[in-house]
Design a binder for this molecule. Structure first.
Ligand SMILES: [Zn+2]
Length: 152
Protein backbone atom coordinates (compact mmCIF):
# COMPACT_ATOMS: atom_id res chain seq x y z
CA UNK A 1 0.00 0.00 0.00
CA UNK A 2 1.41 3.35 -1.11
CA UNK A 3 1.11 5.43 2.04
CA UNK A 4 1.62 2.73 4.66
CA UNK A 5 4.92 3.03 6.59
CA UNK A 6 4.93 -0.71 7.27
CA UNK A 7 4.63 -1.55 3.57
CA UNK A 8 7.46 0.87 2.78
CA UNK A 9 10.14 0.22 5.38
CA UNK A 10 13.38 2.10 4.74
CA UNK A 11 16.80 0.47 4.74
CA UNK A 12 17.30 2.10 8.14
CA UNK A 13 14.10 0.46 9.43
CA UNK A 14 15.35 -2.88 8.12
CA UNK A 15 18.73 -2.53 9.81
CA UNK A 16 17.67 -4.76 12.68
CA UNK A 17 15.89 -7.44 10.68
CA UNK A 18 16.72 -10.77 12.34
CA UNK A 19 14.71 -13.12 10.16
CA UNK A 20 12.57 -13.26 7.06
CA UNK A 21 10.19 -16.01 6.01
CA UNK A 22 8.01 -16.10 2.89
CA UNK A 23 5.13 -14.09 4.36
CA UNK A 24 6.52 -12.47 7.53
CA UNK A 25 9.54 -10.45 8.66
CA UNK A 26 11.00 -10.36 12.18
CA UNK A 27 12.82 -7.33 13.57
CA UNK A 28 14.54 -6.61 16.84
CA UNK A 29 12.39 -3.79 18.26
CA UNK A 30 13.67 -0.27 18.74
CA UNK A 31 12.17 -0.54 22.21
CA UNK A 32 14.22 -2.93 24.32
CA UNK A 33 12.24 -2.49 27.56
CA UNK A 34 12.40 -6.29 27.76
CA UNK A 35 15.75 -7.29 26.37
CA UNK A 36 15.33 -9.19 23.10
CA UNK A 37 11.92 -7.72 22.34
CA UNK A 38 10.99 -8.32 18.69
CA UNK A 39 8.24 -7.52 16.26
CA UNK A 40 6.74 -9.80 13.61
CA UNK A 41 5.45 -7.90 10.59
CA UNK A 42 3.20 -9.40 7.93
CA UNK A 43 4.55 -8.62 4.47
CA UNK A 44 1.06 -8.10 3.05
CA UNK A 45 -1.00 -5.04 3.98
CA UNK A 46 -3.68 -6.54 6.18
CA UNK A 47 -5.47 -4.94 9.12
CA UNK A 48 -6.30 -7.70 11.57
CA UNK A 49 -5.60 -11.26 12.63
CA UNK A 50 -9.13 -12.16 11.56
CA UNK A 51 -8.14 -11.45 7.95
CA UNK A 52 -5.07 -13.70 7.85
CA UNK A 53 -5.04 -16.43 5.22
CA UNK A 54 -4.48 -20.10 6.10
CA UNK A 55 -0.90 -19.87 4.84
CA UNK A 56 -0.19 -16.76 6.90
CA UNK A 57 -1.55 -18.45 10.03
CA UNK A 58 0.48 -21.57 9.41
CA UNK A 59 3.66 -19.59 8.92
CA UNK A 60 2.88 -17.47 12.00
CA UNK A 61 2.44 -20.63 14.06
CA UNK A 62 5.87 -21.86 13.01
CA UNK A 63 7.41 -18.43 13.61
CA UNK A 64 5.97 -18.18 17.12
CA UNK A 65 7.60 -21.53 17.96
CA UNK A 66 10.88 -20.53 16.33
CA UNK A 67 11.18 -17.05 17.85
CA UNK A 68 10.11 -18.24 21.30
CA UNK A 69 12.63 -21.08 21.27
CA UNK A 70 15.29 -18.63 20.08
CA UNK A 71 14.60 -16.14 22.89
CA UNK A 72 14.71 -18.92 25.48
CA UNK A 73 17.91 -20.36 24.04
CA UNK A 74 20.04 -17.29 23.32
CA UNK A 75 18.66 -14.84 25.91
CA UNK A 76 17.54 -17.20 28.68
CA UNK A 77 13.92 -16.04 28.56
CA UNK A 78 11.52 -17.92 30.84
CA UNK A 79 8.44 -17.23 28.71
CA UNK A 80 7.22 -14.79 26.08
CA UNK A 81 4.37 -12.27 26.09
CA UNK A 82 2.77 -12.02 22.63
CA UNK A 83 0.52 -9.15 21.72
CA UNK A 84 -1.28 -7.84 18.68
CA UNK A 85 -2.56 -4.41 19.66
CA UNK A 86 -2.87 -2.11 16.60
CA UNK A 87 -4.23 0.76 18.73
CA UNK A 88 -1.95 3.53 17.47
CA UNK A 89 -3.26 3.25 13.90
CA UNK A 90 -6.68 4.27 15.17
CA UNK A 91 -5.48 7.68 16.36
CA UNK A 92 -5.73 8.53 12.66
CA UNK A 93 -9.01 9.85 11.30
CA UNK A 94 -8.67 7.37 8.42
CA UNK A 95 -6.90 4.35 9.92
CA UNK A 96 -5.12 1.87 7.67
CA UNK A 97 -3.69 -0.70 10.09
CA UNK A 98 -0.88 -3.06 9.09
CA UNK A 99 -0.71 -6.26 11.07
CA UNK A 100 2.27 -6.70 13.40
CA UNK A 101 2.80 -8.70 16.56
CA UNK A 102 5.00 -7.78 19.51
CA UNK A 103 6.92 -10.36 21.50
CA UNK A 104 8.37 -9.44 24.86
CA UNK A 105 10.61 -12.07 26.42
CA UNK A 106 10.17 -12.30 30.20
CA UNK A 107 12.89 -13.29 32.63
CA UNK A 108 12.92 -14.84 36.07
CA UNK A 109 16.59 -13.96 36.45
CA UNK A 110 18.82 -11.05 35.41
CA UNK A 111 20.42 -10.92 31.97
CA UNK A 112 24.02 -9.66 31.80
CA UNK A 113 25.49 -8.04 28.69
CA UNK A 114 28.89 -6.30 28.68
CA UNK A 115 28.63 -5.70 32.41
CA UNK A 116 25.11 -4.24 32.16
CA UNK A 117 22.37 -6.00 34.10
CA UNK A 118 18.81 -6.25 32.77
CA UNK A 119 16.19 -7.15 35.38
CA UNK A 120 12.57 -8.02 34.61
CA UNK A 121 11.24 -6.46 37.78
CA UNK A 122 7.63 -7.13 36.74
CA UNK A 123 8.22 -10.85 36.22
CA UNK A 124 5.02 -12.81 36.92
CA UNK A 125 2.92 -9.75 36.06
CA UNK A 126 1.75 -7.81 33.01
CA UNK A 127 4.59 -6.09 31.16
CA UNK A 128 5.18 -2.48 32.14
CA UNK A 129 3.79 0.16 29.78
CA UNK A 130 6.18 2.99 30.59
CA UNK A 131 9.54 1.35 31.07
CA UNK A 132 12.62 2.79 29.39
CA UNK A 133 13.34 0.93 26.16
CA UNK A 134 16.75 2.37 25.32
CA UNK A 135 19.83 0.27 25.84
CA UNK A 136 23.49 0.83 24.91
CA UNK A 137 24.22 0.33 21.19
CA UNK A 138 26.75 -2.44 21.86
CA UNK A 139 24.17 -4.40 23.86
CA UNK A 140 21.57 -4.01 21.11
CA UNK A 141 24.14 -5.16 18.56
CA UNK A 142 24.96 -8.20 20.71
CA UNK A 143 21.29 -9.19 21.04
CA UNK A 144 20.76 -8.63 17.31
CA UNK A 145 23.71 -10.87 16.42
CA UNK A 146 22.64 -13.65 18.81
CA UNK A 147 19.08 -13.71 17.45
CA UNK A 148 20.06 -13.42 13.83
CA UNK A 149 22.64 -16.19 14.05
CA UNK A 150 20.26 -18.57 15.82
CA UNK A 151 17.30 -17.86 13.53
CA UNK A 152 19.14 -18.19 10.22
ZN1 LIG B 1 0.92 -1.78 4.99
Amino acid sequence: MVNCDWCNLSEEDKQFQVYESVLWTVFLSDEQDYIGRCILVLKRHCGSMAELTEDEWEELRRLVCKVETCLKTVMGATLCNWSCLMNSFYKDSDPSPHLHIHVRPRYDKPVMLHGNIYIDSEFGHHYALHKSGSIPAEDKEEVFTRLKEWLN
